[in-house]
Design a protein around this ligand. Structure first.
Ligand code: G6P
Ligand code: MN
Length: 445
Protein backbone atom coordinates (compact mmCIF):
# COMPACT_ATOMS: atom_id res chain seq x y z
CA UNK A 1 0.00 0.00 0.00
CA UNK A 2 1.36 3.36 -1.01
CA UNK A 3 1.00 6.54 1.02
CA UNK A 4 1.97 9.85 -0.53
CA UNK A 5 2.71 12.72 1.83
CA UNK A 6 2.41 16.20 0.35
CA UNK A 7 4.51 18.56 2.43
CA UNK A 8 6.87 15.61 2.80
CA UNK A 9 9.73 17.84 3.93
CA UNK A 10 7.62 19.10 6.83
CA UNK A 11 8.72 18.95 10.41
CA UNK A 12 5.92 16.64 11.55
CA UNK A 13 6.53 13.94 8.93
CA UNK A 14 8.72 11.85 11.31
CA UNK A 15 5.71 11.62 13.64
CA UNK A 16 3.66 10.06 10.84
CA UNK A 17 6.49 7.73 9.86
CA UNK A 18 6.97 6.73 13.51
CA UNK A 19 3.30 5.73 13.68
CA UNK A 20 3.69 3.72 10.44
CA UNK A 21 6.71 1.91 11.89
CA UNK A 22 4.66 0.87 14.92
CA UNK A 23 1.89 -0.54 12.71
CA UNK A 24 2.58 -4.26 12.23
CA UNK A 25 -0.85 -5.30 10.96
CA UNK A 26 -1.77 -6.91 7.65
CA UNK A 27 -2.37 -4.39 4.86
CA UNK A 28 -0.15 -1.72 6.39
CA UNK A 29 1.65 0.93 4.39
CA UNK A 30 4.67 -0.50 2.59
CA UNK A 31 5.79 2.52 0.61
CA UNK A 32 5.90 6.20 1.50
CA UNK A 33 6.31 8.82 -1.19
CA UNK A 34 7.41 12.19 0.13
CA UNK A 35 6.64 15.20 -2.01
CA UNK A 36 7.85 18.71 -1.31
CA UNK A 37 8.72 21.77 -3.37
CA UNK A 38 11.95 22.13 -1.42
CA UNK A 39 14.55 19.43 -2.12
CA UNK A 40 16.74 20.41 0.84
CA UNK A 41 13.86 19.96 3.29
CA UNK A 42 13.02 16.64 1.65
CA UNK A 43 16.53 15.38 2.11
CA UNK A 44 16.68 16.58 5.75
CA UNK A 45 13.46 14.76 6.63
CA UNK A 46 14.49 11.74 4.55
CA UNK A 47 17.59 11.39 6.74
CA UNK A 48 15.49 11.51 9.91
CA UNK A 49 13.22 8.76 8.54
CA UNK A 50 16.20 6.62 7.55
CA UNK A 51 17.49 6.76 11.12
CA UNK A 52 14.02 5.98 12.47
CA UNK A 53 13.83 2.91 10.21
CA UNK A 54 17.27 1.58 11.12
CA UNK A 55 16.87 -1.86 12.62
CA UNK A 56 13.10 -2.05 12.07
CA UNK A 57 12.28 -5.12 9.98
CA UNK A 58 10.10 -4.41 6.91
CA UNK A 59 10.15 -0.67 7.52
CA UNK A 60 8.10 1.08 4.82
CA UNK A 61 10.28 2.08 1.90
CA UNK A 62 10.70 5.84 1.48
CA UNK A 63 11.05 7.65 -1.83
CA UNK A 64 11.22 11.39 -2.28
CA UNK A 65 10.34 13.59 -5.23
CA UNK A 66 9.71 17.22 -6.10
CA UNK A 67 7.41 16.20 -8.97
CA UNK A 68 3.81 16.39 -7.78
CA UNK A 69 2.23 14.29 -10.53
CA UNK A 70 4.80 11.56 -10.10
CA UNK A 71 4.11 11.59 -6.35
CA UNK A 72 0.36 11.20 -6.87
CA UNK A 73 0.35 8.45 -9.50
CA UNK A 74 -0.39 5.08 -7.94
CA UNK A 75 -1.13 6.44 -4.46
CA UNK A 76 -3.68 4.61 -2.31
CA UNK A 77 -3.72 7.38 0.30
CA UNK A 78 -2.60 10.96 0.02
CA UNK A 79 -1.85 12.94 3.17
CA UNK A 80 -1.95 16.60 2.36
CA UNK A 81 0.05 18.53 4.92
CA UNK A 82 1.33 21.55 3.07
CA UNK A 83 1.98 25.06 4.36
CA UNK A 84 1.62 27.56 1.53
CA UNK A 85 4.01 30.45 2.17
CA UNK A 86 5.81 28.46 4.87
CA UNK A 87 6.17 29.58 8.46
CA UNK A 88 7.32 32.95 7.18
CA UNK A 89 3.83 33.29 5.71
CA UNK A 90 2.25 32.30 9.01
CA UNK A 91 4.32 34.87 10.88
CA UNK A 92 3.10 37.55 8.43
CA UNK A 93 -0.51 36.40 8.78
CA UNK A 94 -0.20 36.92 12.51
CA UNK A 95 1.78 40.17 12.40
CA UNK A 96 -0.38 42.07 9.89
CA UNK A 97 -3.58 41.30 11.82
CA UNK A 98 -2.14 42.26 15.21
CA UNK A 99 -0.88 45.53 13.75
CA UNK A 100 -4.52 46.29 12.86
CA UNK A 101 -5.64 45.42 16.38
CA UNK A 102 -7.39 42.17 15.43
CA UNK A 103 -6.51 38.55 16.18
CA UNK A 104 -3.32 37.37 14.52
CA UNK A 105 -3.46 33.59 14.72
CA UNK A 106 -2.69 30.68 12.40
CA UNK A 107 -6.25 29.54 11.64
CA UNK A 108 -8.77 31.80 13.41
CA UNK A 109 -9.93 35.29 12.43
CA UNK A 110 -8.02 37.57 10.07
CA UNK A 111 -4.83 35.47 10.10
CA UNK A 112 -6.79 32.35 9.21
CA UNK A 113 -8.56 34.14 6.34
CA UNK A 114 -5.24 35.26 4.87
CA UNK A 115 -3.92 31.71 5.22
CA UNK A 116 -7.06 30.35 3.58
CA UNK A 117 -6.87 32.78 0.66
CA UNK A 118 -3.29 31.69 0.01
CA UNK A 119 -3.93 27.98 0.43
CA UNK A 120 -7.22 27.30 -1.35
CA UNK A 121 -5.93 27.78 -4.93
CA UNK A 122 -3.03 25.41 -4.25
CA UNK A 123 -5.28 22.82 -2.56
CA UNK A 124 -7.73 22.98 -5.50
CA UNK A 125 -4.89 22.35 -7.95
CA UNK A 126 -3.84 19.31 -5.90
CA UNK A 127 -7.43 18.03 -5.78
CA UNK A 128 -7.77 18.31 -9.55
CA UNK A 129 -4.55 16.40 -10.07
CA UNK A 130 -5.61 13.67 -7.63
CA UNK A 131 -8.94 13.34 -9.45
CA UNK A 132 -7.03 12.87 -12.70
CA UNK A 133 -4.02 10.80 -11.64
CA UNK A 134 -5.22 8.80 -8.62
CA UNK A 135 -9.02 8.81 -8.81
CA UNK A 136 -9.36 5.92 -6.36
CA UNK A 137 -7.07 7.40 -3.72
CA UNK A 138 -8.35 8.69 -0.40
CA UNK A 139 -7.11 12.14 0.54
CA UNK A 140 -6.57 12.89 4.20
CA UNK A 141 -6.27 16.61 4.61
CA UNK A 142 -4.28 18.13 7.48
CA UNK A 143 -3.62 21.35 5.66
CA UNK A 144 -5.01 24.28 7.60
CA UNK A 145 -7.42 25.94 7.79
CA UNK A 146 -8.48 22.30 7.66
CA UNK A 147 -12.27 22.65 7.36
CA UNK A 148 -12.11 25.27 4.64
CA UNK A 149 -9.38 23.46 2.70
CA UNK A 150 -11.26 20.16 2.92
CA UNK A 151 -14.38 21.84 1.57
CA UNK A 152 -12.40 23.36 -1.32
CA UNK A 153 -10.98 19.95 -2.20
CA UNK A 154 -14.33 18.18 -1.79
CA UNK A 155 -15.70 20.21 -4.71
CA UNK A 156 -13.36 18.12 -6.89
CA UNK A 157 -13.04 14.91 -4.89
CA UNK A 158 -16.44 14.56 -3.23
CA UNK A 159 -16.31 12.43 -0.10
CA UNK A 160 -12.90 10.98 -0.99
CA UNK A 161 -11.29 13.84 0.89
CA UNK A 162 -11.53 13.74 4.67
CA UNK A 163 -10.17 16.48 6.92
CA UNK A 164 -8.54 15.79 10.25
CA UNK A 165 -7.56 17.70 13.37
CA UNK A 166 -6.18 16.53 16.67
CA UNK A 167 -7.98 19.11 18.82
CA UNK A 168 -11.44 17.48 19.26
CA UNK A 169 -9.79 14.13 19.96
CA UNK A 170 -7.53 15.72 22.57
CA UNK A 171 -10.47 17.51 24.17
CA UNK A 172 -12.50 14.31 24.31
CA UNK A 173 -9.58 12.45 25.83
CA UNK A 174 -8.99 15.10 28.50
CA UNK A 175 -12.66 15.27 29.48
CA UNK A 176 -12.92 11.47 29.60
CA UNK A 177 -9.85 11.32 31.82
CA UNK A 178 -11.11 13.80 34.42
CA UNK A 179 -14.39 11.90 34.50
CA UNK A 180 -12.57 8.64 35.05
CA UNK A 181 -13.93 7.19 31.79
CA UNK A 182 -11.96 5.18 29.26
CA UNK A 183 -11.77 7.37 26.12
CA UNK A 184 -12.40 4.38 23.86
CA UNK A 185 -15.58 3.45 25.69
CA UNK A 186 -17.04 6.95 25.87
CA UNK A 187 -19.32 8.44 23.23
CA UNK A 188 -18.26 12.01 22.64
CA UNK A 189 -21.00 14.33 21.50
CA UNK A 190 -19.05 17.00 19.64
CA UNK A 191 -19.99 19.11 16.64
CA UNK A 192 -19.18 22.36 14.84
CA UNK A 193 -16.65 23.50 12.30
CA UNK A 194 -12.91 22.81 12.55
CA UNK A 195 -11.49 24.83 15.48
CA UNK A 196 -15.07 25.96 16.22
CA UNK A 197 -16.84 23.11 17.96
CA UNK A 198 -18.39 22.20 21.29
CA UNK A 199 -18.36 19.05 23.37
CA UNK A 200 -21.95 18.85 24.61
CA UNK A 201 -21.88 15.47 26.31
CA UNK A 202 -19.80 12.42 27.09
CA UNK A 203 -21.82 9.26 27.44
CA UNK A 204 -20.62 6.11 29.10
CA UNK A 205 -23.02 3.16 28.79
CA UNK A 206 -25.71 5.59 27.61
CA UNK A 207 -25.32 7.94 30.59
CA UNK A 208 -24.17 11.52 30.06
CA UNK A 209 -21.31 12.29 32.45
CA UNK A 210 -20.85 15.94 31.47
CA UNK A 211 -23.35 17.36 34.01
CA UNK A 212 -21.23 15.80 36.77
CA UNK A 213 -18.16 17.64 35.45
CA UNK A 214 -19.97 20.98 35.03
CA UNK A 215 -21.23 20.76 38.62
CA UNK A 216 -17.78 20.20 40.09
CA UNK A 217 -15.48 23.26 40.23
CA UNK A 218 -12.55 21.15 41.36
CA UNK A 219 -12.85 18.77 38.42
CA UNK A 220 -13.30 21.74 36.08
CA UNK A 221 -10.06 23.25 37.37
CA UNK A 222 -8.17 20.04 36.77
CA UNK A 223 -7.84 20.11 32.97
CA UNK A 224 -6.73 22.49 30.32
CA UNK A 225 -10.03 23.74 28.85
CA UNK A 226 -11.44 24.03 32.38
CA UNK A 227 -8.66 26.44 33.32
CA UNK A 228 -8.70 28.18 29.95
CA UNK A 229 -12.39 29.11 29.99
CA UNK A 230 -13.06 29.08 33.74
CA UNK A 231 -15.66 27.00 35.59
CA UNK A 232 -18.25 29.76 35.63
CA UNK A 233 -18.25 30.31 31.87
CA UNK A 234 -18.34 26.58 31.15
CA UNK A 235 -21.36 26.24 33.39
CA UNK A 236 -23.05 29.16 31.63
CA UNK A 237 -22.44 27.49 28.28
CA UNK A 238 -23.36 24.00 29.46
CA UNK A 239 -20.69 22.61 27.14
CA UNK A 240 -16.91 22.45 26.81
CA UNK A 241 -15.78 24.47 23.80
CA UNK A 242 -12.80 23.57 21.64
CA UNK A 243 -9.73 25.46 22.90
CA UNK A 244 -9.85 27.66 19.77
CA UNK A 245 -13.16 29.17 20.97
CA UNK A 246 -11.03 31.03 23.49
CA UNK A 247 -10.21 33.41 20.66
CA UNK A 248 -13.91 34.27 20.38
CA UNK A 249 -14.92 34.33 24.04
CA UNK A 250 -11.79 36.21 25.21
CA UNK A 251 -10.88 37.98 22.01
CA UNK A 252 -9.89 41.35 23.43
CA UNK A 253 -7.66 39.86 26.11
CA UNK A 254 -5.93 37.54 23.64
CA UNK A 255 -5.31 40.27 21.08
CA UNK A 256 -3.76 42.44 23.78
CA UNK A 257 -1.60 39.61 25.11
CA UNK A 258 -0.43 38.70 21.61
CA UNK A 259 0.35 42.32 20.83
CA UNK A 260 2.48 42.52 23.95
CA UNK A 261 4.35 39.28 23.26
CA UNK A 262 7.92 39.48 21.92
CA UNK A 263 7.00 37.50 18.86
CA UNK A 264 4.14 35.45 17.51
CA UNK A 265 3.94 31.66 17.56
CA UNK A 266 4.59 31.62 13.81
CA UNK A 267 7.72 33.75 14.19
CA UNK A 268 8.97 31.49 16.98
CA UNK A 269 8.43 28.34 14.91
CA UNK A 270 9.92 29.96 11.80
CA UNK A 271 13.17 30.69 13.64
CA UNK A 272 13.23 27.39 15.46
CA UNK A 273 12.65 25.28 12.36
CA UNK A 274 15.13 27.29 10.33
CA UNK A 275 17.73 26.23 12.90
CA UNK A 276 16.76 22.58 12.39
CA UNK A 277 16.91 22.67 8.58
CA UNK A 278 20.13 24.74 8.64
CA UNK A 279 21.72 22.29 11.05
CA UNK A 280 20.80 19.44 8.74
CA UNK A 281 22.86 20.99 5.95
CA UNK A 282 25.93 19.52 7.50
CA UNK A 283 26.02 15.97 6.13
CA UNK A 284 27.13 14.40 9.39
CA UNK A 285 24.56 16.03 11.68
CA UNK A 286 22.79 13.30 13.68
CA UNK A 287 19.38 13.59 12.01
CA UNK A 288 17.02 11.92 14.44
CA UNK A 289 18.64 13.39 17.54
CA UNK A 290 18.56 16.90 16.06
CA UNK A 291 14.93 16.50 15.06
CA UNK A 292 13.98 15.12 18.44
CA UNK A 293 15.62 17.96 20.33
CA UNK A 294 13.81 20.53 18.17
CA UNK A 295 10.50 18.73 18.67
CA UNK A 296 10.88 18.64 22.46
CA UNK A 297 11.64 22.36 22.50
CA UNK A 298 8.61 23.05 20.34
CA UNK A 299 6.27 21.01 22.49
CA UNK A 300 7.48 22.73 25.62
CA UNK A 301 6.25 26.01 24.21
CA UNK A 302 3.09 24.63 22.63
CA UNK A 303 0.72 27.54 22.27
CA UNK A 304 2.26 28.77 25.50
CA UNK A 305 1.54 32.42 24.73
CA UNK A 306 -2.21 31.95 24.87
CA UNK A 307 -2.40 29.18 27.41
CA UNK A 308 -0.19 30.84 29.97
CA UNK A 309 -1.66 34.31 29.78
CA UNK A 310 -5.06 32.70 30.11
CA UNK A 311 -3.95 30.55 33.03
CA UNK A 312 -4.52 27.29 31.16
CA UNK A 313 -1.04 26.07 31.98
CA UNK A 314 1.08 23.97 29.74
CA UNK A 315 -0.26 21.04 27.82
CA UNK A 316 0.39 17.75 29.51
CA UNK A 317 2.94 15.50 27.86
CA UNK A 318 0.39 12.76 27.30
CA UNK A 319 -1.76 15.14 25.24
CA UNK A 320 1.14 16.06 23.03
CA UNK A 321 1.91 12.53 22.02
CA UNK A 322 -1.58 11.40 20.97
CA UNK A 323 -1.51 13.88 18.10
CA UNK A 324 -2.69 14.11 14.59
CA UNK A 325 -0.56 11.31 13.19
CA UNK A 326 -2.53 8.84 15.29
CA UNK A 327 -5.85 10.23 14.06
CA UNK A 328 -4.55 9.92 10.51
CA UNK A 329 -3.37 6.36 11.00
CA UNK A 330 -6.61 5.30 12.69
CA UNK A 331 -8.56 6.78 9.77
CA UNK A 332 -6.39 5.13 7.16
CA UNK A 333 -6.59 1.76 8.89
CA UNK A 334 -10.37 1.91 9.16
CA UNK A 335 -10.73 2.69 5.45
CA UNK A 336 -8.04 0.35 4.15
CA UNK A 337 -9.05 -2.65 6.25
CA UNK A 338 -12.74 -1.93 6.63
CA UNK A 339 -12.27 -1.83 10.40
CA UNK A 340 -15.31 0.08 11.50
CA UNK A 341 -14.50 2.84 13.97
CA UNK A 342 -15.74 6.24 15.13
CA UNK A 343 -13.59 9.35 14.70
CA UNK A 344 -14.29 13.08 14.81
CA UNK A 345 -13.55 14.25 11.27
CA UNK A 346 -14.15 17.03 8.79
CA UNK A 347 -16.63 15.83 6.19
CA UNK A 348 -19.52 17.15 4.12
CA UNK A 349 -22.54 17.85 6.28
CA UNK A 350 -25.12 15.83 4.30
CA UNK A 351 -27.95 17.11 6.50
CA UNK A 352 -26.28 16.56 9.88
CA UNK A 353 -26.60 20.22 10.86
CA UNK A 354 -29.82 21.33 9.22
CA UNK A 355 -28.86 25.03 9.27
CA UNK A 356 -26.04 24.29 6.80
CA UNK A 357 -26.33 22.97 3.26
CA UNK A 358 -25.31 19.37 2.49
CA UNK A 359 -21.94 20.32 0.95
CA UNK A 360 -20.73 22.43 3.86
CA UNK A 361 -17.82 20.68 5.56
CA UNK A 362 -18.35 20.31 9.30
CA UNK A 363 -16.45 18.60 12.13
CA UNK A 364 -18.48 15.77 13.58
CA UNK A 365 -18.19 12.18 14.85
CA UNK A 366 -18.19 9.83 11.87
CA UNK A 367 -18.49 6.11 11.38
CA UNK A 368 -15.56 5.08 9.24
CA UNK A 369 -15.29 1.96 7.11
CA UNK A 370 -14.11 0.98 3.63
CA UNK A 371 -16.77 3.29 2.17
CA UNK A 372 -15.30 6.31 3.91
CA UNK A 373 -16.51 8.55 6.71
CA UNK A 374 -20.22 8.86 7.43
CA UNK A 375 -21.35 11.63 9.77
CA UNK A 376 -23.39 10.46 12.72
CA UNK A 377 -26.69 12.20 13.48
CA UNK A 378 -26.27 14.75 16.27
CA UNK A 379 -28.58 17.13 18.14
CA UNK A 380 -28.76 20.64 16.72
CA UNK A 381 -26.45 23.27 18.19
CA UNK A 382 -27.91 25.92 20.50
CA UNK A 383 -28.58 29.37 19.02
CA UNK A 384 -25.33 31.04 20.12
CA UNK A 385 -23.24 28.25 18.54
CA UNK A 386 -25.37 28.11 15.39
CA UNK A 387 -24.83 31.86 15.04
CA UNK A 388 -21.04 31.53 15.11
CA UNK A 389 -20.98 28.45 12.88
CA UNK A 390 -23.17 30.10 10.23
CA UNK A 391 -21.21 33.36 10.34
CA UNK A 392 -17.86 31.60 9.97
CA UNK A 393 -19.14 29.25 7.25
CA UNK A 394 -20.36 32.31 5.32
CA UNK A 395 -16.85 33.77 5.61
CA UNK A 396 -15.37 30.47 4.35
CA UNK A 397 -17.70 30.61 1.36
CA UNK A 398 -16.49 34.13 0.56
CA UNK A 399 -12.89 32.90 0.77
CA UNK A 400 -13.74 30.10 -1.67
CA UNK A 401 -15.44 32.58 -3.98
CA UNK A 402 -12.48 34.99 -3.82
CA UNK A 403 -10.05 32.15 -4.52
CA UNK A 404 -12.22 30.89 -7.39
CA UNK A 405 -12.70 34.24 -9.11
CA UNK A 406 -9.74 36.33 -7.93
CA UNK A 407 -12.16 38.94 -6.64
CA UNK A 408 -10.56 41.35 -4.20
CA UNK A 409 -14.00 42.63 -3.28
CA UNK A 410 -14.96 39.14 -2.17
CA UNK A 411 -11.78 38.92 -0.10
CA UNK A 412 -12.66 42.20 1.63
CA UNK A 413 -16.12 40.79 2.31
CA UNK A 414 -14.62 37.65 3.89
CA UNK A 415 -12.58 39.73 6.35
CA UNK A 416 -15.34 42.25 7.02
CA UNK A 417 -17.99 39.65 7.80
CA UNK A 418 -15.82 37.68 10.22
CA UNK A 419 -17.05 38.05 13.82
CA UNK A 420 -13.50 38.90 14.98
CA UNK A 421 -12.97 41.75 12.49
CA UNK A 422 -14.79 44.81 13.75
CA UNK A 423 -14.78 47.24 10.83
CA UNK A 424 -15.05 47.25 7.05
CA UNK A 425 -12.20 49.78 6.95
CA UNK A 426 -10.02 47.37 8.89
CA UNK A 427 -10.98 44.61 6.43
CA UNK A 428 -9.88 46.79 3.49
CA UNK A 429 -6.57 47.59 5.14
CA UNK A 430 -6.05 43.91 5.93
CA UNK A 431 -6.45 43.00 2.26
CA UNK A 432 -3.97 45.76 1.34
CA UNK A 433 -1.56 44.66 4.06
CA UNK A 434 -1.71 41.00 3.17
CA UNK A 435 -1.46 41.45 -0.58
CA UNK A 436 1.62 43.62 0.01
CA UNK A 437 3.48 40.87 1.86
CA UNK A 438 2.17 37.62 0.35
CA UNK A 439 3.16 36.83 -3.25
CA UNK A 440 0.59 34.02 -3.06
CA UNK A 441 -2.21 36.62 -2.99
CA UNK A 442 -1.13 38.22 -6.25
CA UNK A 443 -4.19 36.69 -7.92
CA UNK A 444 -6.58 39.09 -6.14
CA UNK A 445 -7.69 41.87 -8.47
C1 G6P B 1 -3.15 22.00 16.88
C2 G6P B 1 -4.18 22.24 15.81
C3 G6P B 1 -3.51 22.39 14.48
C4 G6P B 1 -2.53 23.53 14.54
C5 G6P B 1 -1.54 23.29 15.66
C6 G6P B 1 -0.68 24.52 15.85
O1 G6P B 1 -2.50 20.77 16.66
O2 G6P B 1 -5.12 21.21 15.74
O3 G6P B 1 -4.49 22.65 13.51
O4 G6P B 1 -1.86 23.68 13.33
O5 G6P B 1 -2.19 23.04 16.87
O6 G6P B 1 0.42 24.15 16.61
P1 G6P B 1 1.76 24.97 16.46
O7 G6P B 1 2.71 24.23 17.34
O8 G6P B 1 2.12 24.93 14.99
O9 G6P B 1 1.43 26.34 16.94
MN1 MN C 1 -6.32 21.55 13.92
Amino acid sequence: MRLTILGGGGFRVPLVYGALLRDRAEGRVTQVVLHDLDAARLSAVGRVLAEQAAGVPDAPEVVATTDLDEALRGADFVFSAIRVGGLEGRAEDERVALAEGVLGQETVGAGGIAYGLRTVPVAVDIARRVARLAPDAWVINFTNPAGLVTEAMSRHLGDRVIGICDSPVGLGRRVARVLGAHPDRAWIDYVGLNHLGWLRGLRVAGRDQLPRLLADPELLGSFEEGRLFGAEWLRSLGAIPNEYLHYYYFNRETVRAYQEADRTRGAFLRDQQARFYDGMRSPDAPALATWDRTRAEREATYMAENRETAGAGEREAEDLSGGYENVALALMRAVARDERTTLILNVRNRGTLSVLDPDAVIEVPCLVDADGAHPVAVDPLPGHATGLVCAVKAVERDILAAAGTGSREMAVRAFALHPLVDSVDVARRLVDGYTAVHPGLGYLR
